[in-house]
Design a protein around this ligand. Sequence first.
Ligand code: BDR
Ligand code: CA
Length: 293
Amino acid sequence: MTIIIDTDPGIDDAIAILYALNHPDQEITALTTVAGNIGLSVTTRNAGRICALAQVKTPVHAGAAAPLGKEANPELGIHGNDGLGGVVFPEPLAPPTSEDAVGAMAAILLAHPPQTVDLFCLGPLTNLALLLDRSPEAASRICKVIAMGGAVNEPGNVGPKAEFNIAHDPHAAAAVFAAGLPFTLIPLDATRQLRADKTYIKALRDTGATPAIASAELIDAYFAATNGAESRPLHDPCVPLLAQHPELFTLQDRNLSVDLETGALVAGDHTVKVAMGVNAEGARAALLQGLSC
Ligand code: BDR
Ligand code: CA
């Protein structure tokens, strides 16, 4: 399957990307970037740095610098001033390509047979919403979208019910929900179950593999930004894990909408496939294996 990863790296984005790039069955044809965890120039540079660590020349295309219909939100301090928790990464092997993210998504979709390209969304959904608006014909060729975002029964992480990726650009999320794409959402209800603790960090390090060691350092940096937590959730890695191991996730159809004021998910009239749980032990094992092969 050909895959585009749309992302705002981001500590957990980086782990998700390293896992996806390392997987023999996942052909990552491009990374497209969006402002989210940190500003666009940094997320774009980070996408290039992650590819350099993985020793691949996957094209990186810069996308939206701000959400639709509202000012850019303050960025999340938890990812550090460089978005990757200060972990040392090599410099990008190549500058970002000149084509913008939305144009690149459209070109890739139109160059492949219909329903053969998947989109992994690890950040705010701004780029996908722009694609739906600018190139509906290309968007209709997407096989499936898997996105991390939202909170269904769980409390939010940027508001009582609001999760960062949806709340950063609720207008974009609402447009994506309304589009009726084959769309799977992985909210905090599932991603908070997939946790890394110090034992898991050691297991990653002990593999001796470059992507696993980098992931261990990223999770260490994630710990450094919190006060005495025993484990940290691995949100974005759930996206490529669900693509590879759907049997590990509990999927339900939910009728949802996005509250444009708060960015919370509310009961609504768009049917969305939602991952409400994950077999955490199985997912941790799959992630470890995928980062170390
Ligand atoms: C989401 O927000 C970001 O901080 C993470 O990268 C993840 O995509 C979790 O709410
Ligand atoms: Ca992210």
